[in-house]
Design a protein around this ligand. Structure first.
Ligand code: PEP
Ligand code: MG
Length: 598
């Protein structure tokens, strides 16, 4: 076993660092520092006699990458046109450039390191060189270098290599930053937890961590410098702390906390089959958000009454850069619907863009991707890709209870355009004699402030609304949800947010359509009380949060929560509101209703 180490002296004494807990749980393992911003690349020293084998491994991956890029070029040219396909031709040329290969081989040989590390080092040098050019076109080619390097790294990882699977002990990944596409691959031992310097509580990286039940802490300043590789680390996702080099007594204490939590969760799960009804008989529906099909069992196990949000883009993210075929989409959606029957599955169409950027789809780099081609707008621009997904959803709707939902809608016109597209696809299916549910319900996410403000107009042209507070808060308060520097401004109880949420719920009520919430706000016990009081009846969340929120719902009276919400709406700051809600809850429920950390 070769630990992936950048050697440095191990510091002594137990040290605790504070960040934000974004995925509950406690993980104990040895630190592995991921030194690269994007791909998870580790520096593994190799023996002299292994150098030749390592060079061959690199050459093999280079060849696979070259063939893949040419193949991709053909596919993209067919589906999206020559303009986009030329990107991959340029990439293939770069892979064929002998000076690139020479540099990598030289590094493997002279430094006796694994090929991944050598590729990423050369990639970084080249990127820096391109970035220093004055010419904008040349500067942009730096992104091409990055893409090629990333594909190469992916292929290298597919060829028997020195990687984390060689490690037999539990490890904690520590990184400056991680992308959702990195985290998606963390669902296996030896990785048991992670922590990062940057990130946000509702970033998709944090959301994926919860889906994988992987304790995670983000926003720990200078993390990768203050911890050494191989030090023992405890990630406390409840408290949002990292304990480095803990004493055996402290480890034992944490282990006993793990047992307490397991016991607590086991107790909570006893409520999985009983309804989420308040003490004064208001019926609430608790549903699950899922990103990966593997979470389906968790959703059922935790008592979800359906899937309120299936983030379909993760189907693409885990397969990228190859787009899923209509059959792949169809089989998956059908499987979801059949497994959940008689409950509903809300399939959200691809919400790519922002940090879930798929450059192969976008075709170019954006300066401000969160305000760029994302969600519905990206899909409407890339019709062929979108139509493939919509056809599959429509076809699957003949096999189970499926609803269709569009992300990032900002106005009525784009809603009408996408509904026209759905009608066109229905006609195509009719002409082909393919079955679908003609009554397929269409809903939209309310996550752009403009949409919340005109929710009354939108509500008259859809079957349901779902409030996405992760983005609604990001766009309303002008804070990047993945940026730890403005994390302190991420305030779900901000009066502006409460007013917007209240407006949307009222708009839905007036139009006679259901309104749900699938943003993270719905899974917080304290916020859940205010939301209940604002009239929310459908909550969708990470499966593991369902029993906790059910406990809250079953312990309160709607009447009391309504009063709390009304008074909250009269307060002026998020802090005032939070203090007021905490006080009200403490007064009515002295036993600690919202304690999720026994
Ligand atoms: C949201 O924005 O609240 C939401 C649920 O969508 P996502 O987190 O995938 O952007
Ligand atoms: Mg969103």
């Amino acid at each position: 076993m070769t630990p992936p180490i950048v050697q440095s002296p191990v510091r002594s004494g137990s040290r605790t660092y504070k960040g934000f807990g974004v995925s509950p749980g406690i993980a104990i393992g040895r630190a592995v520092i991921v030194e690269k911003k994007v791909a998870s690349v580790y520096r593994v020293p190799i023996k002299e006699e292994d150098v030749g084998r390592e060079v061959n491994r690199f050459l093999e991956a280079l060849d696979v990458t070259r063939r893949e890029l040419l193949d991709l070029k053909k596919k993209v040219s067919r589906s999206m046109g020559e303009e986009y396909a030329s990107i991959f031709e340029a990439h293939a040329l770069m892979v064929s450039d002998p000076s690139f290969a020479d540099k990598v081989i030289q590094k493997i040989e002279s430094e006796q390191v694994n090929a991944e590390w050598a590729v990423s080092e050369v990639q970084e040098e080249l990127e820096a060189r391109f970035e220093s050019f004055e010419d904008e076109y040349l500067r942009d080619r730096g992104a091409d270098v990055k893409d090629v390097g990333d594909s190469l790294l992916k292929n290298l990882q597919g060829i028997a290599h020195h990687d984390l699977s060689e490690i037999t002990h539990d490890i904690i990944i520590l990184a400056d930053d991680l992308l959702p596409s990195d985290t998606v691959h963390f669902n296996r031992r030896p990785i048991v937890g992670f922590a990062t310097e940057s990130g946000g509580r509702t970033s998709h990286t944090s959301i994926i961590a919860k889906s994988l039940f992987m304790p995670a802490v983000i926003g720990v300043p200078r993390l990768t410098q203050i911890v050494d590789n191989d030090e023992l680390v405890i990630v406390d996702g409840y408290e949002g702390t990292i304990v480095v080099n803990p004493s055996p007594a402290l480890v034992a204490e944490y282990r006993s906390r793990v047992s307490r939590h397991e016991e607590y969760e086991r107790k909570l799960l006893e409520n999985r089959t009983i309804p989420a009804t308040t003490k004064d008989d208001r019926q609430i529906s608790l549903q699950a958000n899922i990103e990966l099909v593997e979470e389906l069992n968790d959703a059922i196990r935790y008592g979800a009454e359906g899937i309120g949000l299936y983030r379909s883009e993760f189907l693409y993210i885990s397969k990228s850069p190859v787009l899923p075929t209509e059959e792949e989409h169809f089989n998956l959606y059908r499987r979801l619907a059949e497994a959940l029957d008689p409950n509903w599955v809300v399939i959200r169409t691809f919400d790519l863009g922002g940090r879930k950027l798929a450059r192969e789809v976008i075709g170019s780099k954006e300066n401000n991707p969160v305000l760029g081609l994302r969600g519905l707008r990206l899909c409407m621009k890339h019709r062929d890709m979108f139509k493939t997904q919509l056809r599959a959803i429509l076809r699957a709707s003949a096999f189970g209870k499926i609803k269709l939902m569009f992300p990032l809608v900002s106005g009525l016109q784009e809603l009408r355009q996408v509904k026209t597209l759905v009608r066109e696809i229905k006609s195509e299916l009719d002409a082909e004699g393919i079955a679908y549910n003609p009554e397929l319900q269409i809903g939209i996410m309310i996550e752009v402030p403009a949409a919340a403000i005109i929710a009354d107009l939108l509500a008259t042209e859809v079957d349901f609304l779902s409030i996405g507070t992760n983005d609604l808060i990001q766009y309303s308060l002008a804070i990047d949800r993945s940026n730890e520097n403005v994390g302190y401004l991420y305030e779900p109880l901000h009066p502006a947010i409460l007013r917007l949420v209240s407006m949307v719920i009222q708009a839905g009520r007036k139009a006679g359509i259901p309104v749900s919430m699938c943003g993270e706000m719905a899974s917080d016990p304290l916020y859940a009380i205010v939301l209940l009081g604002l009239g929310l009846e459908i909550y969708s969340m990470n499966p593991s949060a369902i029993p906790v929120i059910k406990n809250v719902i079953r312990s309160v009276r709607y009447k009391d929560c309504k009063r709390i919400a009304e008074l909250s709406l009269q307060k002026k700051t998020a802090q005032e509101i939070e203090e007021f809600v905490i006080e009200s809850v403490a007064m009515r429920f002295p036993d600690g209703l919202v304690n999720n950390n026994p």
